[in-house]
Design a protein around this ligand. Structure first.
Ligand SMILES: [Zn+2]
Length: 389
């Protein structure tokens, strides 16, 4: 998969290289620099004509897309989710589960494992993200409350077994009884990422969880107690921490742009990860879908259950990046970094994915700088998506 990209605005880890070139050889980035100094331009070449070339996005937390829910339990159907998000700039993703009867949860994890192991033929499926069932019922959000369980190590171990080595993240409420045992096993025995989420944890309980090894905060601000100057709660403990990475659903019904700016100032461009938390309504033909077995309606950019409660999101990665830039006033290189390099490093794959750098896989996007539309998506140097422009 060899291609030479010429005359692009190349979004690097910390800046934009104007009139830059990127040489891709055998699916990896072999050279980058100003187009003017590139001698004997290797063929085939693509003249970007001033379009952005940026690293593909890595979405840690996806529940669905194209009308399909990650709990479907069918590897072929899961491909539809992956295909749908490729058009919005996602080149790698983890599929997140929702609290469900345990045999259904096992089936869902097993089907993610099967598709990840055999490959999707497009974007990289990096594994599964166990969200629930060990969460606080008082902060359940879209999780069906009847399927929430008290933390149980054997049950978590059975889920990890079903996930067949593809489990990446375990998100739980650290204040629940025995949650500390599950955190220890996840982090120290398995070497996986433990996350704090759907929680009523106090500041002190959250600090203890971070101390015990929790490295991620599931959708900061959403489904947790808010920051208050006398009771900073989980949100305050994460913002004040020196270690945790926070996910952000950069969409106005989830997070106000000022709150996003506060999060970026506190955590910096190395510890804020843009996610979609997307449900099946993204890219669904009729704007409806299922989330946790309940009907979701997509209207005016918002995914809601029939009772009006938020049902995850209808966000895409490119919309999250665009909102981070246009609403929160973040520099393009920083917004892209929070959608690519930060999640790559969190997952321990920052040496090969997450930015445009020599030696890394050529997972790349061509974006229109006027509206940040995704024009082309590449994985390992192979073009997997293209729109007319
Ligand atoms: Zn979620």
């Amino acid at each position: 998969m060899d291609t030479t990209f010429l005359h692009g605005k190349i979004i690097l880890e910390d800046r934009v290289l104007e009139d830059g070139a990127v040489v891709v050889q055998q699916g990896a980035i072999a050279w980058l620099g100003p187009t003017s100094v590139l001698q004997n331009k290797p063929e085939p070449s693509v003249d970007l004509g001033g379009f952005y070339l940026c690293p593909g996005f890595i979405d840690l937390h996806v529940h669905g897309g194209g009308g399909v829910d990650s709990m479907v339990g069918d590897p072929e159907a899961l491909k539809t989710i992956v295909r749908t998000h490729e058009a919005f700039g996602t080149t790698s993703l983890c599929l997140a589960t929702l609290s469900a009867p345990i045999d259904q949860l096992h089936r869902a994890l097993a089907s993610i494992h099967q598709l990840a192991a055999r490959g999707t033929g497009g974007a990289r499926l990096l594994g599964s993200y166990l969200e629930g069932p060990f969460i606080n019922p008082a902060r359940c959000g879209p999780h069906p409350v009847e399927h929430i369980l008290e933390p149980d190590l054997r049950c978590l171990q059975s889920c990890a077994l079903a996930a067949g080595g593809w489990l990446r993240v375990v998100s739980l409420a650290p204040e629940m009884p025995d949650a500390d045992k599950l955190i220890r096993w996840t982090v120290h025995d398995m070497g996986l990422i433990a996350a704090i989420g759907h929680t009523s944890a106090t500041c002190e309980q959250t600090e203890a969880a971070i101390q015990a090894g929790c490295r991620l905060c599931t959708h900061l601000f959403n489904n947790m107690m808010p920051f208050h100057h006398r009771d900073p709660n989980a949100a305050g403990a994460v913002l004040a921490s020196q270690a945790a990475v926070a996910e952000l659903v950069m969409e106005p019904t989830h997070v106000h742009p000022a709150a996003a700016r506060i999060a970026l100032r506190c955590l910096g461009a190395d510890r804020l990860a843009l996610i979609t938390d997307a449900t099946s309504v993204v890219g669904s033909p009729d704007g409806t879908g299922l989330h946790g077995g309940r009907r979701v309606i997509f209207q005016d950019g918002v995914a809601q259950f029939e009772d009006g409660h938020l049902a995850g999101s209808a966000l895409t990665m490119i919309d999250a990046v665009r909102a981070f830039i246009s609403q929160a006033g973040v520099e393009p290189a920083v917004a892209v970094r929070c959608a690519s390099l930060v999640p790559a490093r969190l997952l321990g794959i920052g040496d090969r994915l997450g930015s445009i750098a020599v030696g890394k896989h050529a997972d790349l996007l061509v974006l229109d700088p006027s509206d940040l539309r995704v024009l082309q998506t590449y994985v390992g140097g192979a073009r997997i998506y293209k729109t007319d422009y």
